[in-house]
Design a protein around this ligand. Structure first.
Ligand SMILES: NCc1[nH]cc(CCC(=O)O)c1CC(=O)O
Length: 323
């Protein structure tokens, strides 16, 4: 039988190339297992986000900075699939494109990396900590108001280099990216989610494809993880109600609730219960508001957590940040 070659578009950062390669390996295994006639080819694409790495992201503005060119290439038929970090995926995909699979999530937490072996608790007064994320900045300062947070940009590899070159006592990165790069051993400690709520979708991937591409949908359905799909759906709905992107101090994390017997919720049958926590905070950490709710419908749950935060002043915080 003739094989169809699926062209997978990717940014050319080390992380993007690595996770695209890992997804292709997983899809190849599924193709073997299910006797599906596909080959894979990688096509590198340079995005706007890659061209302006020297500017602080929150100053650049615009959503989907890393995704637009990739989506255009898919609509033009130059590529068939694209692997995205879920947290970089825009809440609205372009017309005609869909998320075909949400594979199983890895560790969603933020990690602290310190050549001097510090943890968040043991960092000295006024220590210099690198992050450009308003979400991380807000929560770090709420926990340790004395810290001196300084921006640090670039890909994971260049941030790790800057850790020592620019004299940081510690930097904060997503554990997931480090694990995928095989650099998990660089992690000094993890920030617990109740201290630093992760970014929406952190640790998860999305696999974008054309809505009409039924062959690919079938393959991707085999790669989907229902638990990750449901929890990320709740987090993303929360974010879209607050009209957020990665340039706002918003965090969220959802899990499935496992019953008292320790058995996991039945993901396939009766719909499981989801617990979602959302937060919005001032970048200087002076106020952080958080809500946790449970529910079965991820969309309603995402909306309700967002509405609760709005009723407690989330809009005012976000309006101030967006000025
Ligand atoms: N903001 C950039 C980004 N987008 C995705 C990841 C890797 C983690 C993930 O896939 O969630 C990172 C690096 C980081 O935040 O440290």
């Amino acid at each position: 039988m003739m094989k169809r070659t699926i062209v997978v578009g990717t940014r050319q950062s080390q992380l993007a190339l690595t996770q695209t390669g890992q997804v292709i390996d997983a899809l190849k295994l599924l193709c073997e297992e299910h006797s599906l006639p596909f080959d894979f080819e990688v096509r590198k694409i340079i995005t706007k986000g890659d061209r302006i790495l020297d500017v602080t992201l929150s100053k650049v503005g615009g959503k989907g900075l890393f995704v637009k060119e990739i989506e255009q290439a898919m609509l033009d038929g130059e590529i068939d699939l694209a692997v995205h970090s879920m947290k970089d995926m825009p809440s609205e995909l372009q017309e005609g494109l869909v998320n075909g699979a949400t594979p199983v999530r890895v560790d969603p937490r933020d990690a602290l990396i310190s050549s001097r072996g510090y943890s968040l608790e043991s960092l000295p007064q006024g220590a210099k900590v690198g992050t450009s994320s308003l979400r991380r900045c807000s929560q770090l300062l709420a926990f340790r108001p004395d810290l001196n947070i300084e921006p640090i940009r670039g890909n994971i590899d260049s941030r790790l280099r800057k850790l020592d070159e620019e004299g940081f006592d510690a930097i904060i990165l997503a554990a997931a990216g480090l694990y995928r790069m095989g650099w998990g051993d660089k992690i000094t400690s993890f920030l617990p989610v109740d201290v630093c709520l992760p970014a929406v979708g952190q640790g998860a991937l999305g696999i974008e494809c054309r809505e009409v591409d039924t062959d690919i949908h079938h393959l991707l359905s085999l790669y989907n993880d229902k638990e990750t799909e449901l929890t990320v759906k709740a987090e993303r709905k929360f974010l879209s109600v607050l009209n957020g992107g990665c340039q706002v101090p918003i965090g969220a994390y959802a899990t499935l609730i496992h019953d008292a017997g320790g058995a996991s919720s039945d993901v396939e049958g009766d719909s499981p219960r989801i617990m979602l926590t959302g937060m919005v905070g001032y970048p200087d950490g002076r106020t952080i508001i958080k809500e946790t709710l449970m529910g079965k419908d991820p969309i309603r749950l995402g909306e309700e957590v967002a509405w609760r935060l709005i009723s407690r002043g989330a809009d005012e915080i976000l309006a101030e940040v967006r000025e």
